[in-house]
Write a protein that binds this ligand. Structure first.
Ligand SMILES: Nc1ncnc2c1ncn2[C@@H]1O[C@H](COP(=O)(O)OP(=O)(O)OP(=O)(O)O)[C@@H](O)[C@H]1O
Length: 650
């Protein structure tokens, strides 16, 4: 008992430092209630597991914990890394008493732990300690995907080859991964199409759907019209997907009757599953499945473990699931990097003999066997590799590639060859910028200010001008105006790696508000304040990450205008009183995490003065690839960018 009290004391100290939360401590209390004589190792393991869940990790990896406790637990927190590193190392040393064997021995003997099915709160599998709920989600995902991997047909009709030929007449790519994606996705009820920005995921999807519709219509035994549903994790992502699908369909040379069967509007996953009020309990589940033949989810890297389990659990057994997304992006904010995990090994295209034969027979592509065989999921995973949006001259494309490959030297060399901002006018072909001189905090701040107040589209001036110059004088035009302001806001976005500190979103938003409104702290709500929802509000139908802008409506009242992402909604804008929005934060600067699923014409990525474990290659890559036309790197201290590129969490 004395030893238990000592553990709790240490935990209190960690809570005071902000390394653990009260919730983590409460979880330990819950474990103690169930097992009053729990050992210190079990209590620590419980607290650290709870801490990992807060950080978006699904389990506590005991092996990594033993090897690199600070890095594994991200203690101290990112914004205090520089100052608290030594103290944290000394505190973490107390965990050094435990080896992987002693952790496992203690957990194995505890009544709180089992190794699979059961009722214990904790589950140990190998070196991974899970909370039962998350272990269960993984089981559901695994079982539902495995069931869908079974081929649904052992051959494709000959009429399909002709259609494929028409859809993919010639290709600049060799092999043609888009064509391969189509033929593989026709084989089973599950497929993942992953690729960086502009690699043709949406284009491929529309062709695939056209083929699937033909196949269903031509089925001699049971011709049918497919019920196809399209979804994305957030409202913003759903709106972007709808836009991309509509564009891809406009460019697709197929019969109008087939096009009519392809949905142009995506809903959010919450809506697809039928979200109940204030909860993640959905109307659709295995007892009441969704009615669909094909479900497509874009921006799948944003799906967390719980949502993926809910989705798979609610799919009817015969429905086909197609996931689209960029596996190299950051994982979801909630626990679980499902897409990254499912796509492990996708680069190698490690197909087995049956898959290679299928590809050769139907796509006419003879791929070389990989050195080692990939997993069963790899057989239905296709990585698109050629960006059609960023050509070889595009700085954004080159930079994203170098970052993704962990090539810090190449990334630096691209940036040192950069355009700069003599008068904030980009050179004609350059689409990326960085401070040319040695970065310092002052230089970064002054460039950021210049950018932010820039009256053109490179900064927020353009957006502010839309508010003032385009204000309508009739109530009817208010929605149109709000849409215009929201679109203008998407032209530029400041992104930060961190939340706190002068280079985190809190500090940046404060400075940007002062620069733009030339007033130090004014009222919390003012016209032009962009806000991001920070917690799902099922009553208002606003989801974490949705962005709205405070505007005066036709009656002069300040309201927040949100784009209506419901595909069936008649009104394009929803006006919500600020009083009804307790969980929002200013969004001139947002975290890279929160920017997922969105794209902006110009992105300014701000890096802090010190590296910390959260500033990783995936984060930099995600930040860069949010930019459609131009990208600016603002390093407040030399070296952080390069170090981040060398830090890979995979
Ligand atoms: N095989 C191709 N040949 C030529 N152009 C293509 C090809 N595939 C896609 N494109 C073009 O590249 C652009 C990007 O394609 P698409 O929107 O399908 O990519 P994406 O991977 O879905 O992009 P995002 O990153 O926005 O999700 C579009 O203009 C599209 O017409």
């Amino acid at each position: 008992m004395i030893r238990q009290a000592a553990v709790i004391d240490s935990m209190q100290h960690w809570i005071a430092k902000g390394w653990l939360s009260h919730l983590n401590r409460a979880f330990v209390g819950f474990l103690l209630d169930l097992e009053p004589d729990a050992t210190e190792a079990v209590l620590w393991a419980g607290a650290l597991l709870s801490h990992q869940l807060d950080r978006g990790e699904v389990y506590l990896d005991l092996e990594k914990l033993c090897e690199q406790p600070g890095l594994t637990l991200a203690i101290p927190a990112d914004d205090a890394w520089a100052v608290e590193q030594d103290e944290a190392a000394a505190e973490l040393a107390r965990l050094k008493d435990y080896s992987i064997e002693t952790w496992k021995a203690a957990l194995t003997q505890s009544r709180l732990v089992s190794f699979g099915e059961g009722v214990t709160p904790l589950v140990l599998t190998g070196n991974r300690l899970y909370l039962r709920r998350y272990w269960h989600y993984e089981q559901i995902i695994q079982a539902c995907i495995m069931q869908r991997l079974q081929p649904v047909r052992d051959s494709l009709p000959s009429s399909l080859s002709e259609r494929l030929q028409r859809l993919f007449p010639t290709s600049s790519e060799s092999p043609d991964w888009q064509k391969i994606a189509c033929v593989l996705a026709l084989r089973a009820r599950f497929a993942i199409i992953t690729g960086g920005p502009g690699t043709g995921k949406t284009t491929t999807l529309t062709k695939l759907l056209a083929l699937l519709i033909h196949l269903a219509q031509e089925d001699s035994e049971n011709p049918k019209t497919l019920n196809i549903l399209l979804a994305a994790p957030t409202g913003k992502a759903a709106a972007r997907v709808s836009e991309s699908i509509a564009k891809a369909l406009d460019n697709l040379a197929i019969d109008e009757s087939i096009k009519q069967c392809i949905p142009r509007k995506a809903s959010t996953l919450h809506r697809l599953l039928g979200s109940g009020h204030d909860s993640r309990r959905f109307q659709h589940n295995r007892h009441n499945p969704i009615v669909a033949d094909i479900v497509i989810v874009d921006e799948a890297s944003m799906i967390d473990l719980e949502m993926m389990a809910s989705l798979l659990g609610a799919l009817p057994a015969n429905a086909q699931l197609i996931l689209l997304g960029d596996k190299d992006q950051l994982a979801s904010v909630e626990a679980g990097s499902v897409m990254g995990d499912l796509c492990r090994g996708a680069e190698q295209a490690a197909y087995d003999a049956a898959t290679l034969a299928w590809i050769a027979d139907y796509a006419g592509e003879r791929l070389k066997p990989a050195a080692a065989l990939g997993s069963a999921i790899n057989q239905q995973t296709i990585m698109l590799r050629h960006s059609h949006r960023f050509d070889e001259h595009s700085g954004i494309g080159q930079l994203a590639r170098a970052v993704n490959q962990g090539d810090a030297l190449q990334a630096q060399s691209i940036l040192s060859d950069t355009a700069h901002y003599p008068d904030l006018r980009p050179e004609p072909r350059a689409d990326y910028f960085a401070l040319r001189q040695r970065p310092t905090a002052d230089a970064a701040n002054s460039l950021l200010r210049k950018l932010v107040i820039n009256e053109g589209v490179l900064g927020y001036g353009y957006y502010l001008a839309q508010i003032g110059d385009c204000r309508p004088n009739t109530a009817e035009r208010c929605d149109e105006w709000a849409l215009q302001v929201l679109a203008a806001f998407d032209a530029f976005q400041v992104l930060s790696a961190l939340r706190r500190g002068p280079w985190g979103v809190e500090g940046l938003n404060q400075r940007i508000e002062e620069w733009l409104f030339a007033r130090s702290k004014q009222a919390l709500w003012y016209e032009g304040r962009p806000v991001m929802i920070t917690r799902n509000d099922y009553n208002l139908g606003l989801m974490n990450g949705d962005i709205g802008i405070a505007l005066r409506d036709s009656s002069g009242k300040l309201k927040v205008a949100f784009p209506n992402t419901d595909p069936l909604a008649a009104l394009k804008i929803r006006w919500v009183s600020p009083m009804r929005l307790p969980d929002v934060e200013t969004a001139f600067a947002i975290t890279v995490h929160k920017s997922q699923g969105s794209e902006f014409n110009h992105v300014a990525l701000v890096l802090p003065e010190n590296i910390s474990p959260v500033i990783t290659r995936e984060l930099i890559y995600t930040g860069i690839t949010r930019a459609k036309e131009s990208f600016t790197l603002l390093e407040s201290c030399d070296g952080v960018f390069s170090k981040a590129i060398l830090t890979c969490r995979k």
